[in-house]
Each structure stands twice: as structure tokens, then as C-alpha cells.
Design a protein around this ligand. Structure first.
Ligand code: MG
Length: 198
């Protein structure tokens, strides 16, 4: 169960910086204002599937304020947050070639989940995706892990989460999964070899 942002995907394609790094220069939007008006305010409902991102972001952008539309900002965001970490992807391919299933397991709203699977074509690289807007809750809520077991048809004892957020790892362990707190110095192949062979 592979987390997306901070594990398989790492920021801007050109340099791995956070997608908002040049937001002011490129679109004239202050990232702090976006955090205030959208991520602190509307994001929880969006990422848990209670509200579509488009109307939520549109009303937030009126308060930023900016003439950039929600569609334009979403297109910019998704493109600037799409650097696939090749070492993780190649280890993911090797793991699957050995018969182990890999699912993306991510706090994500519907549109970016679709973008990841279809536009970035991660659907060709993994066995599926389990994400928060589908589940109705985010990691590390216990219901997220229950949902993931049901969605993949797996028992807790079969699952290992690889995630760069400590709370998510702790939540997985509480749910009876194995879990690894990821950092960029790790190799997925080594992590899985150690966990699966122990
Ligand atoms: Mg992450």
C-alpha cells in the first residue's frame, strides 16, 4: 500500500519543489492566501469526498482574490505536482513482477486521483488505488484502513503501508498492518524485502 505524495510522486517535474513554489510568479496567487482560503477552510470536505473540488476552489478563489479560474489552477497544480520518482517506480515494477500487488493508498480528492491513474497512467503500474474521497475519511482515521482492506479484499496481516507521514504509519500499525515510515534515502525494494522476509 504505497502512499503517493512524498513517496511515488515528488512535486514539480522540473525540480521536485512543492507545486506552489512559483505560484505567485506564474499565476499571481499568494500560496499563503490559498492555504488560508482553501486548504484550511474547504479542503477537509473536498479530500473526504463530501464536496467537489471545482465549486469549493471557485468560491475560495473569489476570496483570494484572483481572476484565475478553478479549472486553470487545477490544471497548473496537477501538472506541477506530478514528478514520478523513478527509483520507486522501478522497484514497484520489480515487486509486481514477483507477484506482489501494489495499491496506491492516498489522501486525495476525486479529480487528482483520476489524473494520477489516467493522465500519468499509474493505472498501468499498480493494481489499484484506494483514496480518501472514495473512503469518506482520510488516513490516519481507523475507518480508512478498514475501507482499504475491504476495497482490496485483503486481510490486515497481508498489508504493508509505505508512507512518509508518521501519523499514517502509526494508524496503519494500530489497524494491524505492517508499515514503514518512508524517507528519501530508502529503497522500496530493500524496505519490502526486509518486511516480507522477516
Ligand atoms: Mg505522503
Amino acid at each position: 500500500m504505497l502512499d503517493v505524495d512524498g513517496v511515488l510522486i515528488s512535486g514539480r517535474p522540473a525540480d521536485g519543489q512543492n507545486w506552489t513554489f512559483s505560484l505567485w510568479k506564474d499565476l499571481g496567487i499568494d500560496p499563503r492566501s490559498l492555504v488560508e482560503q482553501f486548504f484550511s477552510d474547504e479542503w477537509m470536505d473536498v479530500v473526504t469526498g463530501k464536496r467537489d473540488i471545482l465549486p469549493a476552489l471557485s468560491s475560495s478563489l473569489e476570496r483570494v482574490p484572483t481572476s484565475v479560474t478553478a479549472e486553470e489552477l487545477i490544471a497548473y497544480w496537477f501538472e506541477m505536482d506530478s514528478r514520478i520518482v523513478n527509483a520507486v517506480l522501478s522497484d514497484c515494477r520489480a515487486v509486481r513482477a514477483n507477484g506482489i500487488s501494489v495499491y496506491l493508498t492516498t489522501n486525495q480528492e476525486h479529480r487528482r486521483a483520476k489524473y494520477l491513474m489516467e493522465t500519468l497512467d499509474l493505472q498501468s503500474e499498480v493494481d489499484g488505488i484506494v483514496y480518501s474521497a472514495q473512503a469518506g475519511v482520510q488516513k490516519p482515521h481507523p475507518d480508512f484502513y478498514d475501507y482499504a482492506c475491504k476495497a482490496t479484499g485483503r486481510d490486515t496481516s497481508e498489508l504493508i503501508l509505505v508512507d512518509d507521514t508518521k501519523e499514517n504509519v502509526e494508524g496503519a500499525i494500530k489497524a494491524g498492518w505492517d508499515a514503514v515510515h518512508w524517507n528519501d534515502d530508502m529503497r522500496l525494494a530493500d524496505v519490502l524485502h526486509r518486511s516480507i522476509c522477516k
